[in-house]
Write a protein that binds this ligand. Structure first.
Ligand SMILES: [Zn+2]
Length: 350
């Protein structure tokens, strides 16, 4: 594979997308290429931004995997059983979204958590607004279901031979094509059509935040852009109503925690402790900014920024679809996802 120029091109576009927080956050997103019956897919828990320098692709036997998908075999979801072991020296596991890639017949598949796409895909009127903005593209909308095998079945249900763009409700974007260049161009086209302009926000009140963090392990976020979700009333209101996409739940927990008037980080943590809950990973202080728990990993930091990027791109007052209680719960009780989190906590690929 190392000598295949298309594989090299895939590594290059993967690294580029992975380094752009408007396309990919942390270990999110995945890319693949099919060659001689093998699906080379990004490994679970690895970061696309490292695709150029590290070996992050895992070979999966496409025929065996597709058979397992057709009989709705649960082992298809992790796809671990179908790894071609003697061509996988890294020993990494395939992405938990491998079946999304195997469901598509095209050679090249790119899946990103494109911020502009998410900002549309969470809207109650997603179908209508996307129809207008994606006019001329062969696209389809897939209403939200849990990522993995369920999602690949939902994709198969809407897929037509000409489909090249899939907008995943409350999740992200999938594009596919016969070549890397064609698929990359499609990703960039959809990104450009949907990225929009974020609402301008006030500046963070860093001094106030430092005071509010006193005596706790809370600290300023790694990326100052994260403050946006708390600095704009409309964005904070959207965040406060629940979880909008899976990686938010995985890395930041269910929904977002807004501090009440006059509440410090210690007060919020005490409020959670009294309810028998762990201290929140992040706390939004409306009008001031965001504080992150000292335990927040790189993934949590990236998703804190993502929340600001998504919510400031959604017009104030837009009706949104939030993940239900059951959908939040199924994300947090998911073995494959726990493996990805464990890798992330170890700092693999960070
Ligand atoms: Zn995804």
């Amino acid at each position: 594979m190392a000598n295949d120029p298309e594989f090299q091109a895939l590594r290059t576009v993967s690294a580029r997308a992975g380094a752009d927080p408007l396309l990919v956050q942390a270990a999110g997103g995945n890319t693949s290429i099919k060659r001689d019956g093998i699906l080379w897919i990004k490994a679970s828990g690895t970061w696309l931004m490292n695709a150029d320098k590290d070996d992050i692709f895992v070979p999966v036997d496409l025929g065996q995997l597709n058979k397992a998908v057709r009989r709705d075999d649960g082992s298809a979801e992790k796809a671990q059983d179908f790894v071609v072991a003697d061509r996988n020296p890294s020993g990494l596991r395939p992405s938990i979204e491998t079946t999304v890639h195997s469901a598509l017949p095209q050679d090249v598949v790119i899946h990103v958590h494109c911020v502009g796409t998410i900002a549309h895909a969470v809207r109650a009127d997603a179908g209508a607004v996307l129809a207008e903005k994606l006019a001329g593209l062969d696209w389809a909308f897939v209403p939200y279901v849990k990522p993995g095998l369920t999602l690949s079945h939902s994709i198969e249900a809407v897929l037509k031979p000409e489909t090249r763009v899939l907008v995943l409700g409350n999740h992200g974007l999938v594009v596919c094509g016969d070549t890397v260049a064609e698929t990359e161009a499609l990703m960039d086209d959809v990104h450009a059509r949907l990225t929009g302009t974020p609402r301008a926000t006030a500046s963070a009140d860093i001094e106030a935040l430092k005071r509010l963090a006193q005596g706790t392990g809370y600290d300023l976020p790694a990326d100052p852009a994260s403050h946006g979700a708390a600095l704009d009333a409309a964005s904070a209101a959207m965040a406060g109503q629940g979880s909008l996409y899976p990686d938010h739940v995985i890395f930041l927990g269910v929904g977002s925690v807004l501090a009440g008037e006059g509440e410090t980080a210690a007060d919020v943590a005490a409020r959670f402790e009294a309810a028998g809950l762990p201290a929140p990973v992040s706390i939004l202080f409306p009008g001031k900014g965001v504080l992150m728990n000292g335990s927040a990993n790189a993934g949590a930091q990236a998703l804190a920024r993502c929340l600001a990027d998504v919510t400031t791109r959604i017009p104030a007052g837009t009706a949104l679809n939030y993940l239900t209680e059951a959908q939040n719960a199924e994300l947090l009780d998911w073995d494959a996802e726990k493996y990805r989190q464990a890798l992330n906590n170890k700092g693999a690929g960070a």
